[in-house]
Ligand binder design. Sequence first.
Ligand code: PMV
Length: 309
Amino acid sequence: MTITTTAPGKIILCGEHAVVYGRPAIAVPVSQVEAKAVLIPTKTKFHIIAPDLKRDYRLDSALPDDPIASSIKLTLAQFDELPPHVTLQLTATIPLGRGLGSGAAISTVIVRALAQYFEQPLSTDMVSRLVFEVEKLYHGTPSGIDNTVIAYQQSVYFIKGRPIQRLRVKQPFCLVIGDTGVVAPTHIAVGGVRERWQANREQYEGYFDDIETLVRHTRVIVEQGISKPKALGKLMNENQELLEQIGVSSPELERLVQAARQAGAWGAKLSGAGLGGNMIALVELAQADAVAQNLRQAGATDVIISQIE
Ligand code: PMV
């Protein structure tokens, strides 16, 4: 009995960083990339093979700070089970450490594969909570947006600590996602914002309030059907400006953002923690290839065209 589970990547459409401080954010799944777990019963001890992470090891020899082992151990504790005799193969087409949710997606496929193995019913909420526990070990103070959008596999309007609110995308729209190729750990960007917020609370609370306003407008536009794509693009551009002001942009991100706008995108911004990772551009479907090409010319190491539904 081989068990296979998959989970999509994600991008944050708007509201990153402010979401850590209680403001809303919008995230959408990206199904063009995924994490996958294949769990195969064997006669030997729990073995993990993760070629994309260049890892091949036994669970009982995992280092204490190993996130894969943490996901497994937390799930086993939840079910009150000992490590089974299995091989767990993990693969991911989601680029690692670039704001597309690779960590949460890998944890999600592990939790789901073990739940199936032990024939334990596990609600989506419980999957999301377990993945959040792992995120907390590695990202310090995560808002919980990644585990929510990936476990539920649907677009969300997310506020930390509140029940999930589904975002209804009335009319599909097209995003081009460009990768700077720069790996930037989330906790560094989040920690930097926290330091600056502590030094200048009033100013930063003001930035977060401004971000909240544009996230609310974005929600209205997306839920009503994007009859005014230019207006949505403008909100993305304003969000980018605010992210620059709170110090999480980078020259590589800004080069790609400019390249997308020059090629006709309605708006563009960094997505996720910033300082590297990915940016997103809102484009007319017919324009997507031209924007993608311009992004590659401007140095994008990878480009994904995604229809958001
Ligand atoms: O994991 P990333 O790069 O998508 O960034 C997470 C978004 C932040 O708002 C910066 C942090 C968080 O926990 O919400």
